[in-house]
Design a protein around this ligand. Sequence first.
Ligand SMILES: NC(=O)c1ccc[n+]([C@@H]2O[C@H](COP(=O)([O-])OP(=O)(O)OC[C@H]3O[C@@H](n4cnc5c(N)ncnc54)[C@H](OP(=O)(O)O)[C@@H]3O)[C@@H](O)[C@H]2O)c1
Length: 267
Amino acid sequence: MPGNSSGAPASGRLGAPDELIALDGRVVVVTGAGGNIGAGIAARMAAVGATVVSHTRSSPAEPITGRSGRPGLVVTADLTDSDAPRLLVDTALERYGRLDGLVNNAAIQTVAGFAELTDSEWSEMIATNLTATHRLTQAAAAAMAAQESGGSIVHIASIEGSYPAPGHGHYSVSKAGMIMQARAAAQTYGRAGVRVNVVSPGLISRPGIEDAWPDGVGRWKKACPLGRLGTPDDIGDACVFLCSDLARWITGAELVVDGGVMANPTW
Ligand SMILES: NC(=O)c1ccc[n+]([C@@H]2O[C@H](COP(=O)([O-])OP(=O)(O)OC[C@H]3O[C@@H](n4cnc5c(N)ncnc54)[C@H](OP(=O)(O)O)[C@@H]3O)[C@@H](O)[C@H]2O)c1
């Protein structure tokens, strides 16, 4: 049965860590689940028992049935549409009667010079990465707050939310905004038992990246103390942890998952 994702169990007995990581009976929405990292997050959630509501916009996505045996479902929406948060949250509540987790993973990563950035490039970035995350967090947190067991929300930001990369200034601003949105939301919803945290990935592998961007991959491997690119599973496991009862006293935090690159001075 779902426990209380932000407090001690009613019995007063804390389970062992391997019990606390389990998400059996919990319902988790993952946005952008048809994408590279989103698919990894959804799969890892299902592997520890969560029932996954996979959101997609245009990528194909199949419902996942994980360890729990309860089939997940797929919901299609453009998250810049102001009705999308209601659709996702209501679908989870109508089908499963609860909502325990949300991973705000969907985003765009367009490249544009900061000095020449147009209003429409700026607006599209902020609307997709920041405004959509804010709206969906409001809708999900309200549903979680109405449950005795609360819930857990994770934003997928980026190390670029702290250190902008060339051509990614507008993206970095959107990711920095997500980090601050999580802190404000943690402050707002904590008393209602809803935790809000951030996972900030470093460079994540995807099929073909070594051929498409050999220079970037080479530089990353040289700078990375753990010597490799991340994988969607690396990010999925950080999300599993933050959605689980192991993270019951963690809110408003940013978990950097980058193989140590942010710890490596470049000057
Ligand atoms: N790749 C990296 O190295 C890296 C590093 C740090 C952070 N991140 C972050 O990790 C997350 C996932 O990145 P990824 O590399 O897996 O990218 P991806 O494969 O492009 O997946 C992103 C997904 O976001 C969805 N999306 C974009 N705009 C949307 C909208 N308006 N409405 C609904 N869905 C929308 C897309 O859905 P459809 O395909 O269905 O249209 C897409 O599948 C992003 O937040 C990204 O900023 C990535």
